[in-house]
Design a protein around this ligand. Structure first.
Ligand SMILES: [Zn+2]
Length: 234
């Protein structure tokens, strides 16, 4: 049983991580193009650093929830047969016990050097321009994929989707590509597809099945079911 799981903002929202985009379309009071594009960083690096420094520091105030822990339990049983892909830049999957997480949109607790390209773990502020651990140049930026940039590990994700028996999307809006297209890739390759979300996503019709409710309840129940099926050889 090979499974690809995609998680989005909805799973972290239940831990109290604010979703980026509010109902008014702003991110914590900022326009997207002012904090989450390469142009914004070139124009106002102080504002962009302050925005991500705050979000990185806020990770200390949230904890993984039962949905994160259930996915860590699934990895324990399936090992490499599970590919866990997240659009989230927080570290809640890791703190729940997941060891191999594909952060397609990067990570708050990582820095990217614009001089040498090295990615390094980083938990402090970036606003005070610390040196890169690789090349010592003080040119670190948040290691997050901004609008107009290419997500990480798309090759690995595509290979996993093409050999998956099941594809499950958890807490995603179905609005942000390329992740919104993963269900169609998996389905075309023969996978059974399931949506677990608070409400029908924009892409809900692409899934074979959809269950709507809180991730903290739906995900542990789904994992229990998968492990029963696996044990029974179904
Ligand atoms: Zn460097």
């Amino acid at each position: 049983m090979r499974i690809v799981v995609l998680t989005g903002a909805g799973i972290s929202a239940e831990s109290g991580v604010p979703t980026f985009r509010d109902a008014d379309g702003l991110w914590e009071g900022h326009r997207v193009e002012d904090v989450a594009t390469p142009e914004a960083f070139a124009w106002q690096p102080e504002l962009v650093h302050a925005f991500y420094d705050l979000r990185r520091a806020a990770l200390a105030t949230v904890e993984p929830n039962p949905a994160h822990r259930a996915l860590a339990r699934l990895e324990e049983h399936l090992g490499d047969d599970l590919t866990l892909v997240t659009q989230n830049i927080d570290d809640l999957h890791e703190r729940a016990g997941s060891r191999d997480v594909v952060h397609m949109h990067g990570e708050l607790r990582s820095a990217l050097c614009t001089t040498c390209g090295a990615r390094s773990p980083h938990t402090a502020s970036l606003a005070d321009e610390p040196p890169c651990p690789g090349c010592a140049t003080p040119t670190l930026r948040p290691d997050v994929v901004w609008f107009g940039e290419v997500p990480y590990e798309l090759g690995r994700i595509e290979r996993a989707l093409e050999t998956a028996d099941r594809f499950v999307s958890i807490g995603t809006s179905g609005a942000v590509y390329p992740a919104a297209g993963f269900v169609q890739v998996a389905r075309a390759a023969g996978a059974r597809t399931l949506e677990l979300n608070l409400e029908p996503s924009e892409g809900t019709d692409f899934f074979h099945e959809a269950r709507h409710g809180r991730a903290g309840e739906l995900v542990p129940a789904w994992v229990d079911q998968v492990l029963e099926d696996t044990l029974a050889g179904r």
